[in-house]
Every structure is written in structure tokens, then in C-alpha cells.
Design a protein around this ligand. Sequence first.
Ligand SMILES: NC(=O)C1=CN([C@@H]2O[C@H](COP(=O)(O)OP(=O)(O)OC[C@H]3O[C@@H](n4cnc5c(N)ncnc54)[C@H](OP(=O)(O)O)[C@@H]3O)[C@@H](O)[C@H]2O)C=CC1
Ligand SMILES: O=C(CO)[C@H](O)[C@H](O)COP(=O)(O)O
Length: 508
Amino acid sequence: MQNHSNLNDIGVIGLGVMGKNLALNIADNQYHVSAFDLDPVKVNGVIQQEKQERAGLEPRILGCANLTEMLASLTKPRILVLSVPAGAPVDGVCSALISAGIESDDIVIDTGNSLWTDTVEREARYKGQFVFFSSAVSGGEVGARFGPSLMPSGDIDAWHHVAPIWKAIAAKVDSSTGLPIERFEPGNPVTEGEPCTTYIGPAGSGHYVKMVHNGIEYADMQLICEAYQMLHDGLGMSAAEVGDVFKRWNKGSLNSYLMGISAEVLKQADPLTGKPLVEMILDKAGQKGTGLWTAVSSLQIGCPAPTIAEAVYARAVSTQKSLRLQLSQKLAGPNAPAIDEAQKAQLIEALESALYCAKVCCYAQGFQLMAMTAHEQKWQLNFAEIAKIWRAGCIIRATFLQSITQSYEDNAELSNLLMADSFASALSEKQGLWRIAVATAVMQGIPAPCISSALAYYDSYRCETLPANLLQGQRDFFGAHTFERIDTPAGEKYHLDWSAKERTLAKV
Ligand SMILES: NC(=O)C1=CN([C@@H]2O[C@H](COP(=O)(O)OP(=O)(O)OC[C@H]3O[C@@H](n4cnc5c(N)ncnc54)[C@H](OP(=O)(O)O)[C@@H]3O)[C@@H](O)[C@H]2O)C=CC1
Ligand SMILES: O=C(CO)[C@H](O)[C@H](O)COP(=O)(O)O
């Protein structure tokens, strides 16, 4: 709980979209906050917002003109939350804090989307000057204000110090249903339920888990976008009609925050033209890097995550608008067969199943990637707990995370979510419809890179034998790279002398 001196409990540095809302959330939970941003307008903004929201009550947020003033306003050991852009600004604030007189047992929590390896380096670099701790945050503006999902990692003593505040401000889940308890009322935070925060592990692990969260986020968003294109371009439905389909899907197994907001975006009219807003938004996707980092990490460690990688490529191809415009006039597509009303209903049903199956695959990829990296880094990640803290507050929150939680509670060592009986049987049952959706997209010439790459992922894991046997033969042919045989012990290497007339086989 808050201290009873006239010093504040916590400082927030960086009062942009996330920092301002985190400060207000912390203050709602009875803590006294010191707030600083390079821009004094932002400092004043948070003070004014608190004044408005808690009119007539004693303020809990103090604006600071500089970091020296902030350090002097806080109880020791100080807790300082950084909410600044990832990269150089994080080190900029850390250096400024050192100049301002931060002490060795003060705790600096980086809540931005920092690259996890930077976090590992920073913990070591600042040792002795202050405790560099990290807690990735998900939930966007509203999550930060009323309850985000928080992924803390680093020094365990620092965590014990920070935990009461983190548990208070985190999103909450009803433990009996696994559903979010949501209340978006300033001054009236949710205090009941299970908080969506758990100690993830050593330095860097929390940012790694958040990075994979964002990789899954990219894939989940792209899957929904592909369904929109198939319904809109393939079946000729209006944006609002697609929004209605998404609203219906959001009541079933596809229920998620992203499905809900997609329906809202599709049903929104443009205030300027009255047309569907989505049709007035330029089709060039932005990105800040976390999806790319996830794909890179999957390639580096050798974990198949094609759906996540395809989602990053889909954003990249979207930005090449002028090339797409030229090629749209140059390249032929199929003569798509007409689709009648009865087929349309069947395709909508097929697409719902396809989306569910592909979504399971992108979570399977993300969780397997975390498991492989945890093994390499010697982190003890608790996947049931990670799935639990993603059930509310974060961007990928979905009812289906309760089933993932259950799968890891049943078997903490699950090698891949597709091995869980519940998911294996659901995908086995729905895969026929998934294939119809992918085949329809192909026949209509509509790109569906994530829905179809997820199906290839599923089919690859179903194959007892892949054509990698031929591939190994090719490698041995041109580069004497050797191969293993199926009838000799694992690890024994063979080479065929391809260029010799006799083509003799040798054990190497
Ligand atoms: N927006 C989102 O949905 C989410 C964002 N994040 C991450 O959280 C972090 C913050 O994001 P967001 O709030 O959106 O970003 P914003 O750009 O909105 O806010 C960052 C703030 O930090 C300020 N700032 C920059 N450098 C300093 C400094 N040296 N000292 C004090 N203040 C400084 C900026 O001031 P100025 O503008 O004047 O430079 C700005 O007000 C990022 O790492 C982001 O990736 C994480 C989850 C969700
Ligand atoms: O972390 C987040 C949500 O979880 C941020 O919203 C993030 O900025 C989204 O990534 P991008 O801008 O690359 O789409």
C-alpha cells in the first residue's frame, strides 16, 4: 500500500499514450505518483486530467519539472517507471537519472517495447548505479488506464517491491470463468479477481514474452484482415455486412478483443464522406518492430513460425502500394467461378472454422518459440501463467486463452499446443472446412498468406515423412554435406560419391 510520509510512492517518466494512463491508473489505486515528461504540456495534461476525473479530491499526481525534482519527491528505495520509446530514449533517461543522483537500490522499470537483448545488456550495464528492471505492458491506451497485462522480469527483490502496485493496476480476471472483469470508470478501479501479472523470469524474459505476444498479435490481426478481404472482395459483402459477421463470430469460439474492434472499425462510417471508414483508410500497414523481431528470433532458433512471419511480410507488401498498382494492371488472375447464396453461407461457415484453426496455429507457433528460447536461455517460463495473464488487459485477449491455460495446466511440458487433445480434436474436426476456405481463396485469387501458411504448418506437422530426405540428397550431391539414414543410429553421417562412376556409399 502507499506510504504515509509526504513523499510519493512511484515516479512515471514519459507521459505519452501509455505513461499518462499508467500514472492515472496507479493514482486510482491509491498510490501517490510523481510525473515527468520532457514536454511540460504533457506534465500539465496529466495533472489536469486527474483534476477533472477526481474533482474536489486531494490530488495524487505531482508534476515534476525535472528528474532531480522527481527523485527528491519519492520515498526510498525509489520506484521509477519509464514509458518512453524503445531504443536510445531508454538509455537517455537512465543517464539523466544517474546525473540527477539516482541511488544503487532504486528501481527503474522499463515498460516500453524494448528489444529483449537490450534489456539483458541494460541490467548488467546499470548494476551498482540502480536496479534496471523491466515490465512489458500490453493493452494500449485503455488497458494502461484501466488495467493492462504486465510482464515483469529481472531482479526478484525488485519484483517483490513492485508487486503490490503491479497487482493493483493490472487487468483482472474472474477466476471461476476465466473472463475479464472490466470497468472503465476513473476513480473506481477493479480490485477483485486475479491480476494479469506474474513474474516471468530473469532479465529480458518479460520483454521476450511481450515480443512474442506482439508476434501473435500481428498474425491474429492479419488473419482477421484476410477474412475481411475474402468476405468483401470474394463474396461481395459490404464492410458493414462483414462487421455483422465478425460480431456474430465474436459470440463464439473466435471471441476476442481484436475481433470485437475489427467489427467496430468495419461498421464505422467516415465522418467526411459518409462511406465506410475502412474504405477511406490507405491500405499501407505500419509497424514498430516487435513482429519482425519475433520472426527473426524464430528463424534464428529454428522454430517454425510461418504464420507470424507471413503477417510481417503482409505488412511489408502492403507498403509497396505503387508496385502493387502497376502489377494489378499487368498480372493475370483466375476467372473466379460465381458463388451463389447457398455457397456463400457455406463459405462463411468454412471461413469461421479456418480462422479458428489458423489462430490456434499462430498461438502454437508463439508458445513453441517461447519454449525453445526459454530452453536456450535457461529460463523457467510458466506457460499456464503466461496464458493466464493474457486473458485480460492485453491486445490478444480472447476467451480461447482459457483453453490454452488449461492445456498447460494439464501438461506443463506440452511440446506444441497441437499436441493438446482439445486442440488436436478441434482442428481435426474443422480442417476440412479450413481447406475449403483456403481453396476458395486460391481459386478466387485472393491472397490469404496467414490462413494458408497456417494450414501448411498444420499439414507439415501431420507428415510423418517430409521431402527433406530429397533435400538432404541434393545437399550431399552438390556439397558433400552428408546425410543420416533411417536404418542406422541417429548422428551417423553418410556420403555418396556422386561424381564417381561407382557412386559408393561411405560412412563419414
Ligand atoms: N501505444 C501503445 O499501444 C503501446 C506502447 N507500448 C510501448 O510503450 C512505450 C511508450 O509508448 P507510447 O506511450 O505509445 O509512446 P508516446 O510517444 O506516446 O510517449 C512517449 C513519451 O515519452 C516522452 N519522452 C521521450 N524521451 C523522454 C525523456 N528522455 N524523458 C522524458 N520523457 C521522454 C515523449 O515525449 P516527446 O513526445 O515530447 O518526445 C512522449 O511523451 C513505447 O516503448 C511503446 O512501444 C507498449 C504497449 C502498448
Ligand atoms: O505493443 C503494443 C500492443 O501490444 C503496441 O500497440 C505496438 O505498438 C503495436 O505494434 P505495431 O505498432 O508494430 O503494430
